[in-house]
Design a protein around this ligand. Structure first.
Ligand code: IFM
Length: 470
């Protein structure tokens, strides 16, 4: 399906990128995450993570797959660095696998794990690409998960220790750090709804995980700085929340969802307090941790994909998450957003909601908002190679152009956005839906691990080049 109501095809002309209003020096990058790309699950002393356990449980992953091999980035990283060099990106956002570095989540470090990331970091620096690692992208070391994972306050301390180890080792070469990826998703889908690892269905009982992830973030910032790291942020997912109607019930449900999915994860960091309505759900004594959670960061990372429409609870089947329905006992329901193009993952494509979100950030946080980086944005478009081997993923080009222009609109409205990391460099393991959704600028043939740069890859390269010479 064409993205018929996105701006017309002159958006596909990369030389027009300078019209989008992105500021001088704007940073371009690409993102991946360890469990989604590395593979080598049982090599060189890596310990198991919550995702190894979860993906190996029957029925958890749509196509029955797992990340054992993934895109074999562990072995093929030199080729992947060469692809990034071809793209001309300034930075590569990847994640360290905690259980590769500290196989049990505490105690001894695994030298072979650090060696892999040394090779990756040094290879990136040699290629002129800034390594921009995330310390934790959902793959909790299994022994820690078995002790309650992020429901257990102790995990926040273990995470801070691990942050210190990694910073001691890499702070000389890594000049941009991300603590945690999308704590909201791990809390809601991992501990709340059971759609992702660790697969618990605690509903609102998942709130301690949110608090401990935020505490882990704050403690990690402090540990990173103590070990000499600078330029530290977090990557938080934000889904602008649209009420299904102006009925008081829908407005109330949407307000609750908005606090839960958005402000619960940014207010404590940026304002040093939780949204009031969330407070009764938090662990006792939470307020004593707020100073640690709100330790200043150097920038704030926004991951944006789409808005969400929310109504009062309903018996009717609503919008699905990774093919799953939400628990009907929740005090809200999700409604399909109609009238917009959709990606192959069925996510609505609404670039103007991205601009509005960024402007909301400026208005909500004012002076307390540090510069923003877009740490993820992208779309699942499942086009494969045609008979000539070309992957003509025009819809990804349209999506990305429209979203970069949306960032430009936010900049024009006074939001300080400094860079954009496209999700993702490569097609990869998309969590509960396995390999069925392709987010990459580079196509991966999962049988052979052949990499085929898609049309969007060449386009992104041309956009970066056009802006460099503008
Ligand atoms: O693949 C994920 C990524 O791991 C976290 N953010 C959203 C992406 C697409 O679903």
């Amino acid at each position: 399906m064409p993205f018929e109501n996105l701006p017309p095809s002159d958006f596909r002309d990369a030389s027009n990128a300078r019209l989008w209003g992105l500021p001088d020096g704007f940073l371009f990058g690409v993102s991946t995450a360890a469990y989604q790309v590395e593979g080598a699950a049982n090599e060189d002393g890596r310990g198991p993570s919550s995702w190894d356990a979860f993906s190996h449980e029957a029925g958890r992953i749509l196509d029955g797959s797992n990340g054992d091999v993934a895109t074999d980035h562990y072995h093929r990283y030199p080729q992947d660095i060469a692809l990034m060099k071809q793209l001309g990106v300034d930075a590569y956002r990847f994640s360290f696998s905690w259980s590769r570095i500290q196989p049990t989540g505490d105690g001894a470090t695994n030298a072979a794990g650090l060696d892999f990331y040394d090779r990756l970091v040094d290879g990136l620096l040699e290629a002129g690409i800034a390594p921009s690692p995330t310390l934790f992208h959902w793959d909790t070391p299994l022994p820690l998960e078995e002790r309650g994972g992020w429901l257990n306050r102790d995990t926040a301390d273990r995470f801070a220790d691990y942050a210190g180890i990694v910073a001691e080792h890499f702070a000389d070469r890594v000049k941009r750090w991300i603590t945690i990826n999308e704590p909201v998703v791990l809390t809601m889908l991992g501990y709340g709804a059971g759609i992702q690892a660790p697969g618990l269905q605690l509903g609102f009982g998942a709130f301690p995980a949110a608090h401990h992830l935020l505490l882990g973030h704050g403690k990690a910032v402090t540990a990173l700085r103590a070990a000499g790291a600078t330029n530290i942020g977090i990557a938080n997912n934000h889904a602008p929340t649209w009420p299904a109607s102006n009925n008081p019930e829908d407005l109330q449900a949407a307000g609750l969802y908005d606090n839960l999915a958005n402000w619960l994860f940014s207010d404590p960091i940026l304002l040093g307090r939780y949204p009031e309505v969330m407070e009764p759900l938090l662990p006792e004594g939470f307020a004593d941790d707020l100073a640690k959670i709100s330790v200043p960061i150097d920038w704030y990372g926004v991951n944006y994909y789409n808005p969400v429409k929310v109504a009062a609870p309903s018996e009717e089947a609503g919008a699905l998450i990774d093919g799953h329905e939400l628990d009907s006992s929740l005090p809200f329901s999700l409604v399909d957003i109609e009238g917009y193009p959709r990606t192959d993952f069925d996510w609505p494509v609404v670039p103007e909601a991205f601009t509005a979100l960024l402007v909301d950030f400026k208005e909500r946080y004012g002076e307390r908002l540090p510069p923003i980086y877009i740490t993820e944005n992208g779309c699942a478009i499942n086009d494969g190679p045609d008979a000539s081997g070309r992957v003509a993923d025009t819809r990804r080009i349209d999506y990305t152009a429209a979203h970069l222009a949306a960032v430009g609109d936010a900049v024009a409205a006074g939001v300080d956005v400094r860079g954009y990391f496209h999700w993702s460099l490569l097609d990869n393991f998309e969590w509960a839906v396995g390999y069925s959704q392709r987010f990459g600028l580079v196509y991966v043939d999962y049988e052979t691990q052949e990499r085929i740069p898609k049309d969007s890859f060449h386009w992104y390269r041309d956009v970066i080049a056009a802006l460099r010479t503008a």
